[in-house]
Design a protein. Structure first.
Length: 191
């Protein structure tokens, strides 16, 4: 009897809040014994080509995906996974740009609040350490606070000031999940 394939359908690279390049995510998945992996960065598809090239090299099946940030009318945050949406679809591109703008606005507001309270953190410094075109978020802010010497590690920054309910947590505006489902359906499947 053949063994079932080992699958992970939710991974992130440094194109969003992961720490490895898309290719290294795939290499790590292969080294961990996975047969199938989905690269589902937050609100971007920019790592798919690199991940696909490495998947071909190591003999792993890559499922291109994306994690879309949503918020219900009750204010509940939802992270929706979509697999194989067409990244060139106008509906897809417009929605992802809108979500990235929401995230960028939240990050600017968080940096302003932190700076007012004496934290040494700069948006430009975060951009300099991020992958070009990456979706920046709280993990990037936490890393900047660590580099500035405010915290020992990312987990500590989240636990003390950036996590939900903490002093510098700000909710992100995001589209309604129903609208995101319609966008995903309108985008169609990637070729």
């Amino acid at each position: 009897m053949a063994s079932a394939p080992v699958i992970d359908l939710h991974t992130h690279s440094n194109h969003s809040d992961g720490t490895q390049s898309p290719g290294d995510v795939v290499r790590s998945a292969s080294q961990a014994g996975l047969d199938v992996v989905a690269l589902t960065d937050h609100d971007v598809a920019s790592g798919w080509a690199e991940a696909d090239a490495v998947a071909s090299e190591v003999g792993l099946l890559l499922v291109p995906g994306i994690e879309v940030s949503c918020k219900t009318t009750l204010g509940i945050s939802v992270h929706m996974l979509a697999y194989r949406p067409d990244p060139l679809s106008a509906a897809f591109l417009g929605s992802m740009e809108q979500v990235r703008e929401f995230r960028a606005d939240r990050l600017r507001r968080q940096v302003d609040l932190l700076r007012k309270d004496g934290f040494r953190v700069e948006l430009g410094e975060m951009l300099a350490h991020a992958q070009p075109g990456a979706t920046l978020g709280r993990p990037h802010l936490a890393d900047a606070l660590v580099r500035a010497g405010h915290f020992a590690n990312r987990d500590e920054a989240f636990a003390q000031i950036l996590g939900a309910g903490k002093p510098y947590y700000l909710p992100v505006d995001a589209p309604d999940p129903v609208d995101v489902v319609q966008m995903i359906r309108a985008a169609g499947e990637c070729p």
